[in-house]
Design a protein around this ligand. Structure first.
Ligand SMILES: Cc1cc2nc3c(=O)[nH]c(=O)nc-3n(C[C@H](O)[C@H](O)[C@H](O)COP(=O)(O)OP(=O)(O)OC[C@H]3O[C@@H](n4cnc5c(N)ncnc54)[C@H](O)[C@@H]3O)c2cc1C
Ligand code: SF4
Length: 566
């Protein structure tokens, strides 16, 4: 019986896949991927060479997996659509940034308000907008489809097709394999999406992008190791009389200790929403720290609480973001393709903004690939290196270079970091003759975790159900759903099978139980249990589990969170 099942699986999964051919295959319908597809089609219209473009997206619909703050710098979208406001990109009544506040929370009750002249210029928001990036992404998806881009939401790119040293596209995940690895009646073989060029725009820590970076040693070009933060976010509806459209507040300090990098954001978006979030650097040391519980605790501070009073939390979610900045940018191209947006790490950490750089990199990717297709007619240029040149000459490079020492300085703690950030962004403005290293090569965020014997457990307050919530209640607000009976997508690496119990639990008291913002990991009778159906696709476990013992692979398409206003 088992032999038959195995044989059935072998025959089913080794059957040839159907293939579709395109000029360009884009992996991930986020701001970067969609902007690249739009640019290609705009060039087709302007210059006449037909370009076939498809975009594959693992969310149930475009935007469903996009989570961001978001204070939006419109510089790049203006380049893509000069009339973006008139076209309704930011909704019928966009929220213009009106007032910036920066507060240093000194304890659970007090704060120092930092005068405007001391707020680093990258954090000034004149001319920016407060938006929902998942909504803007949906709008970009509509524009792309109108221009003739084929978008396939609900399909996860699972395998990178590499033939004779060149990327030839991706294959989507086989659907209909049970938890036990058996073929179900609903089985459908994945599809090959083959392209002359492939753009990897999966956002931070994309699974195919990581594979490509390993295959072509792209990270060798970076000065530093990439580092990450975990961002948690809630959207609140508040009474109109308390709402201040355009108000922007950032905080640092409490509840984190001064050696842990992180801070909060709070934005008032029309008509009556407060977008509240907390980012914790994943290089934190105490394995007992829970980013989720720190976030809940933050809301008890009077400077946060007053914005939420009388309101209701309507959404919750989490996502990692790159914090390595300029020093951690890998080589951007390889034979057959390129990396765009946060897959490449273009987030400006000082400004906490990556949407504008993602869109700009998409534009440059589109330009470079159109030129490559034109140059050789139907022949393929081996590696689209023009993209690297274009990015290095673009304002993205300049912006990231100027802010390169901002986050890196925080390795000296909150006060040392604030001083360096202040001097390099207000006085020298990037012209300082040195470049700091945040994480030297080979030093990953997970290597910063200290053994449990050197740390104290943290006593977090119980949720009150009004302002603070237990995690599983909040998780329902993310709309997360996965078919429970599917192949495991969170896999303990083959050579690390012993690590959960022998390393993570024994030495670090299982930090994944606390950092996962969806309570996916728990130890029952000292054995690891993975509740994969809760996964928010934030990717933190692929970064912070001890020695990175988890391999995050894509689940079946269409599962995961269902963000609407994130
Ligand atoms: C908490 C937080 C706050 C932020 N605040 C701001 C802010 O205020 N302003 C700002 O400008 N930026 C902000 N950012 C950064 C911003 O969100 C990112 O820079 C931006 O989303 C990057 O766009 P992207 O297209 O590269 O990736 P993403 O937006 O992550 O999109 C990637 C897409 O690819 C899809 N995908 C991934 N892998 C696959 C696969 N294998 N198969 C199919 N589909 C796949 C995903 O589902 C997703 O839809 C914030 C980020 C976070 C996490
Ligand atoms: S399992 Fe991993 S990717 Fe999923 S929510 Fe938890 S930490 Fe994030």
């Amino acid at each position: 019986m088992m032999l038959n099942r195995n044989l059935r699986r072998l025959l089913s999964t080794s059957a040839a896949r159907e293939a579709m051919e395109y000029d360009v295959v884009v992996v991930g319908a986020g701001p970067a991927g969609l902007s690249s597809a739009i640019k290609l089609k705009q060039l087709e219209q302007a210059q006449g060479r037909e370009v076939s473009v498809c975009v594959v997206e693992k969310g149930s619909e475009v935007g469903a997996h996009v989570l961001s703050g978001n204070v939006f710098n419109p510089r790049a979208i203006k380049e893509l659509f000069p009339d973006f406001l008139e076209r309704g990109a930011l909704g019928e009544e966009p929220t213009e940034a009106a007032h910036d506040e920066f507060r240093l929370l000194t304890n659970d009750k007090s704060a120092i308000s930092v005068p405007n002249v001391f707020i680093p210029p990258p954090m000034h928001n004149e001319g920016n907008y407060i938006i929902s990036l998942s909504q803007l992404t949906r709008w970009l998806g509509e524009q792309a489809e109108e221009l003739g881009v084929e978008i396939y939401p609900g399909f996860s790119a699972d395998e990178v097709l590499i033939e004779e040293g060149r990327v030839r596209g991706v294959a989507t995940k086989d659907m209909g394999i049970s938890k036990k690895g058996e073929i179900k009646d609903s089985f459908e073989r994945g599809m090959e999406l083959r392209g002359k060029y492939t753009i990897f725009s999966e956002g931070c820590r994309g699974s195919c992008s990581e594979r490509v970076m390993d295959e072509f040693n792209l990270r060798d070009a970076a000065q530093d190791q990439q580092s990450y933060g975990l961002g948690l976010k809630e959207v609140w509806e508040i009474p109109e009389e308390n709402h201040k459209p355009g108000y922007i507040q950032h905080t640092a300090g409490w509840p984190l200790d001064s050696n842990t990098y992180g801070g909060s954001f709070l934005y008032h978006m029309k008509p009556n929403l407060v977008l509240l979030g907390y980012v914790v650097g994943l290089d934190y040391q105490n394995p007992y720290l829970s980013p989720y519980q720190e976030f809940q605790r933050l809301k008890l501070h009077p400077d946060i609480k007053k914005h939420l009073e009388g309101g209701e939390c309507i959404s919750y979610g989490a996502r990692t973001l790159n914090e390595g900045g300029y020093q951690a940018i890998p080589k951007l191209t390889f034979p057959g393709g390129l990396l765009a947006g946060c897959s490449a790490g273009f987030l400006n950490v000082a400004a906490i903004k990556g949407s504008h750089t993602a869109i700009k990199s998409g534009i440059e990717a589109g330009e470079a690939l159109y030129a490559a297709l034109e140059k050789e007619g139907d022949e393929e240029v081996a590696e689209p290196t023009e993209y690297q040149d274009r990015m290095q000459k673009s304002w993205v490079w300049d912006e990231l270079y100027k802010t390169r020492n901002f986050a890196a300085g925080f390795k000296y703690g909150l006060y040392g970091g604030t001083l360096i950030a202040g001097v390099t962004s207000i006085v020298t403005r990037g012209a300082e003759p040195f470049t700091l290293t945040k994480h030297a090569k080979g030093h990953r965020d997970c290597d910063a975790t200290k053994p449990k014997k050197d740390c104290q457990p943290i006593d977090y307050p119980k949720p009150d159900g009004v302002l603070t919530f237990d995690l599983l209640t909040n998780l329902q607000r993310s709309g997360t759903y996965h078919d429970d009976d599917q192949e495991a997508h969170l896999r303990v690496k083959e050579d690390k099978k012993e690590y959960p119990e022998k390393l993570s639990l024994e030495i670090y008291d299982g930090p994944e139980q606390r950092f996962c913002p969806a309570k996916v990991y728990e130890y029952v009778d000292d054995k690891l249990v993975i509740n994969a159906q809760n996964c928010l696709h934030c990717k933190a476990c692929s970064i912070k589990t001890p020695d990175q013992y988890i391999n995050w692979t894509v689940p079946e398409g269409g599962g995961g969170p269902n963000y609407n206003n994130m």
